[in-house]
Each structure stands twice: as C-alpha cells, then as structure tokens.
Design a protein. Structure first.
Length: 358
C-alpha cells in the first residue's frame, strides 16, 4: 500500500488522478467520508468495505482519498491512498465562531468553510466538508467504479451523488456509488448481508479488521478524555480521569493523554504525557492509532475515539459506560461505570493474566 501526499488544491488532485488513470485505466476510487468519527468507523467497516471487496474480486486497482491523519481507515483495502495534507480542500477563510444548534435539521448541509471552534455540534464536526470544485473533478474523471463522497451523522446520512445531496434518515435509501458504470444504492441486494439497527440507524457489522489485541503487558496506557459541549452526559467525568492520573503516577505507568475540544488540566509529571496531535482542531488519528498500537490498554468514553481504538488498534480497551450503550450495537468492549470499577479492572490486567473483566 502506497500513500501519496498532496496539498489542498483540487487541481493537484486532478493532476494526480490523471496520472493514475493513465497507469491504471480501470481503477476504482473511494472518495472521502466526513462527519462524526464513530459513524465513519461503522461505514468504513461496512458499506465502504463491501464496495472495496467487490473491486478486489474484479482485480481493480483501488485508490482512496482522505484528509490528513485518516489513512488508517483506508490502508487495509486500498492499493494507493491520496492523503490531502490539510483538513479540507482549498478555502479562503476559516470559521471560528457561530455555534450552530440545528445540525440535525434535514436542510443542514455540510459546510464549505472549515470550522475550528470548540462547539461539537457544528456541521463541520457533525457532517464534514463539501467542495464543489472537487466534486466537479470527480464528474469530469468519468470513473466507472466509484464510492461517492459521503457525509455522516448519527441521525442523518447524506451522499454527495455528484453534488446533489440526498437527505434520508435511513442510509439504505442512498445512491452510494457506481460499479461498472451502474449506479447502486445501499438498499441494493449488493449490501443485503448488512443489517441495520433502526433504533439508532446503526449498521450491525462484524469488523473485517480483526486486530489481535496486545497480549504482552507493557507500561503504556492511552486515554481519550471526551469533553465536548455536545451530548455532555457522555463526557468522561473528572473523577474518572483524575483517578487514572493518580493510578499511573503511583504505579509508574506511562499515560498518553488525548484531549478533546474542551481541554482539561493535566498535572506535570514524568508519567503523564499530553498528545496534542491536531491540525486546525481536527484530530490526526493516524498518530492516535500508532500510540494505541504500542500500548497495552486504552481507556475512553463510549464514543467515536473509543470505536477507533476498538476496531483499528491493538490496545485492550476499557470503556466508560454512558447511558447511550452504543457499544452494545457496535463493538462490545469491557465497560466500567465508576472510578472504583476502573481501578479494579486495571489491577486485574496488571496483576493477573486473567481476561478483562466483563
């Protein structure tokens, strides 16, 4: 698998694709997914995976595109990844204010100007980014096999459909791409093996990226301290992460700390390491995945970052159980509700060779 890094000018993308089409005239292309991180985990592991599988069966050369820090989503089934070295294609300015509260409205389109504020409900965080120049280039390339640009949030799915957004509460109604120049949708029989939980609009899936979790113990632990203004009841409570800080200091465990849109104070200590891998307030998840892979444990809330750790890394996961219970739908992991439960689970992992407590 090869990664080509390009700037955020759509013309650079056109030049790159023109070259690749000469080398591989019948290539298959996967456009970017944007929006909620957790939902991207589900979609990449289901409908995108099924598209890629179909292309592999036909021995197509598969090219995928993502923005910086997201190659881990694609590297398991793409032959080549185009990684845009920015959080979006070219723009004239950044939006830093203007919190939006109507993100679930069906008329709420993906944004054309990136947002770098700390309101988690802003459309840029919920639905992602849309660039009409890039979409027009996709039309002009006349690709016979393509997974369209896709924008996703927990309640509403949108597919670019070459610029004509189709809003629908059920993802199985969307026209998602083309196979051998024929439009298909997620309602098509091609995806009949994918089940949908209608209560949450979640796809029920079995992950094809079956990472073997680390069995050899080391002193590295990762925590993602979820702390955002959206759905704050799912944030990690202060008593949980401060107890984790104290545990790691007392037991000489190196804790790698990823902070959210709202930062929390971290004491200065040789065992506490703040990992500030972000660009314009967007996480560089490739770095997160690398650190998780080198760590024995991951601790996080039941949200998107934890789903990434569960599906795409070798870290053994301990999940703070919120009222959402989404982990029951996606990728069940051992859960805890109190700081005492967490400390008990940590002791169990390091003191004995038993499996993680259920």
């Amino acid at each position: 698998m090869t990664v080509i890094k390009i700037d955020n000018n759509p013309e650079t993308f056109l030049q790159t694709m023109t070259f690749l089409k000469k080398e591989h005239p019948d290539l298959a292309f996967i456009s970017y997914l944007d929006g909620e991180y957790g939902y991207r985990v589900i979609l990449y592991n289901s409908i995108v995976y099924q598209f890629a599988l179909k292309q592999k069966e036909q021995k197509k050369f598969i090219v995928g595109l993502c923005f910086i820090g997201n190659t881990f989503f694609l590297k398991h089934y793409c032959d080549l990844i185009i990684e845009v070295q920015d959080i979006a294609f070219q723009w004239e300015s950044l939006q830093t204010g203007g919190a939006e509260t109507d993100y679930s409205n069906t008329n709420h389109l993906p944004v054309s100007i990136p947002y770098i504020g700390n309101y988690g409900g802003h459309s840029f965080y919920k639905k992602g980014y849309y660039n009409i120049v890039y979409e027009q280039i996709l039309i002009n390339l006349k690709l016979s096999n393509i997974f369209f640009t896709y924008h996703c949030a927990a309640s509403i799915q949108t597919s670019g459909e070459y610029g004509n957004f189709n809003f629908c509460p059920n993802m199985f109604e969307l026209k998602t791409g083309k196979i051998n120049n024929n439009l298909y949708s997620t309602k098509n029989d091609f995806f009949k093996e994918i089940e949908c939980n209608t209560d949450y609009n979640f796809i029920k899936l079995t992950s094809y990226t079956n990472f073997i979790k680390n069995t050899e113990k080391n002193d590295n632990i990762v925590v993602w301290i979820r702390n955002t203004g959206l759905e704050s009841t799912a944030n990690m409570p202060k008593e949980i992460y401060t107890a984790l800080f104290s545990y790691c200091i007392a037991n000489k465990k190196h804790l790698y700390i990823f902070l959210d849109l709202f930062k929390v104070p971290v004491p200065e200590n040789e065992y506490l390491h703040v990992c500030d891998f972000r660009l314009h307030n967007q996480p560089l998840f490739d770095e997160f995945v690398k650190i998780c892979n080198k760590s024995y444990l991951y601790v996080g809330s039941d949200s998107g970052s934890s789903w990434i750790a569960s599906y795409y890394t070798k870290a053994n996961c301990l999940i703070y159980n919120t009222q959402w219970n989404f982990s029951l739908i996606t990728n069940p992991q051992p859960t805890f509700k109190t700081k005492e439960d967490l400390i008990t689970m940590l002791d169990s992992k390091y003191i004995s060779s038993d499996k993680l407590l259920e």
